[in-house]
Design a protein around this ligand. Structure first.
Ligand code: SAM
Ligand code: SF4
Length: 338
């Protein structure tokens, strides 16, 4: 058997990483992600858990090594633990190297142990502030205490936790050092994310006003700590630094200030089975139709994956330069999966 990746896009990037959104629903309503009153997709449009398994397994058979489950909030999807348990067979066989998830943490106190038992080793938990009031403000429906309980449960279950924090000017800039310190004390890495111009119809956002360039964040951190650049090991959008004083890694996801597309090795599957080859472009490919047209045959599904990958674009067009937002997307992060 050969280890050669089998899904290669037109720019010679091997596709080894799949992000899967398993639901568009969420128990939070973060202001940069959703409107307060969302209309969610009808259930029949969603891939069933069996269909999700079929598609993920097809990707794995074609060289995908890492799967990240996301949403919406993945842990509010009914039966999702069964999906993780079923997917763990690919970890056991060695075909899949990593099964992981990004979550808002609200349900982790219930599920952390089962996730760990299914072979999940790491989890990304989104947390933009450690201030209870601000947390309620940014997530609208979230409660900080519940997420902190989820983080405790994850660590107790032996999951390695990374915190994702969207950098928001005039919101959490004053907390930067507190969050770095808090993560360090708990042995957690931290990834900072520039706010992206997604879902412009959500009504109350001011992307440009909220935008806090991670160049500025890095400058602020470098004034206090010794930062040592780390080589990229993920092929992903984050660039990493080691904080020498604490030993933790800090990641910077900078879709706006630095385009990272040239090394992109990932595609995204929505909960309706659309394959997005790029987070920031409209191009998509309907894999649900292929699945439903071929309920028992895998060969057409594999052919469709290869066809879809030939459409992966070179990169996205987000741009905040000249103080205006261009290249913005109409769809929400909760649809494509962040
Ligand atoms: N519900 C889960 C969570 O919040 O972690 C998973 C899905 S969420 C869409 C994935 C990530 O996208 C989160 O870290 C969230 O902060 C980030 N996100 C959502 N909207 C964003 C935006 N407009 N710009 C930057 N990051 C965003
Ligand atoms: Fe839900 Fe995550 Fe979007 Fe917040 S960022 S509304 S937790 S999907």
């Amino acid at each position: 058997m050969t280890d050669e990746p089998k899904l290669i896009d037109p720019f010679q990037r091997a596709i080894t990483y799949l992000r899967v959104s398993v639901t568009d629903r969420c128990d939070f309503r973060c202001v940069y992600c959703m409107s307060e009153h969302m209309t969610f997709l009808p259930k029949k449009d969603l891939l069933t858990l069996e269909e999700l398994d079929r598609l993920c397994s097809a990707f794995i058979s074609q060289g995908v090594k890492k799967i990240r489950v996301t949403g919406g909030e993945p842990l509010v999807r009914r039966g999702i633990i069964g999906f993780f348990q079923a997917m763990s067979r690919h970890l056991d066989s060695g075909a899949l190297s990593e099964l992981t998830l990004t979550t808002n943490g609200s349900q982790l106190h219930k599920y952390a142990a089962e996730l760990a038992a299914a072979g999940v080793k790491r989890v990304n938990i989104s947390l933009d502030t450690l201030d209870e009031k601000k947390f309620a403000e940014i997530t609208r429906w979230g409660r900080l205490a519940q997420v902190l309980k989820g983080i405790d449960a994850a660590q107790t279950a032996g999951l390695k936790v990374k915190i994702n924090m969207v950098a928001l000017k005039n919101f959490n800039d004053s907390e930067l050092f507190d969050v770095v310190q808090w993560c360090a004390e708990r042995g957690m890495d931290l990834t900072l994310i520039e706010v992206m111009p997604m879902g412009e119809d959500i009504g109350n956002e001011d992307r440009l006003g909220q935008y806090w360039s991670l160049d500025d964040v890095r400058t602020a951190l470098a004034a206090r700590y010794h930062l040592s650049p780390l080589p990229d090991s993920t092929g992903g959008p984050a660039r990493y630094m080691r904080v020498m004083e604490t030993g933790q890694r800090i990641g910077f996801i900078t879709p706006l200030s630095h385009n990272f597309c040239e090394s992109c090795n990932r595609v995204r599957l929505t909960c309706t089975g659309q394959l997005f080859q790029c987070l920031g472009q409209e191009g998509e490919f309907d894999l649900r139709k292929v699945l439903r047209d071929n309920p028992t045959e895998e060969a057409p599904v594999i052919t469709a994956l290869h066809e879809a990958i030939t459409h992966k674009p070179k990169g996205h067009d987000f741009d905040y330069s000249r103080q205006s937002v261009s290249g913005k997307m109409t769809r929400h992060m909760s649809h494509t999966g962040g």
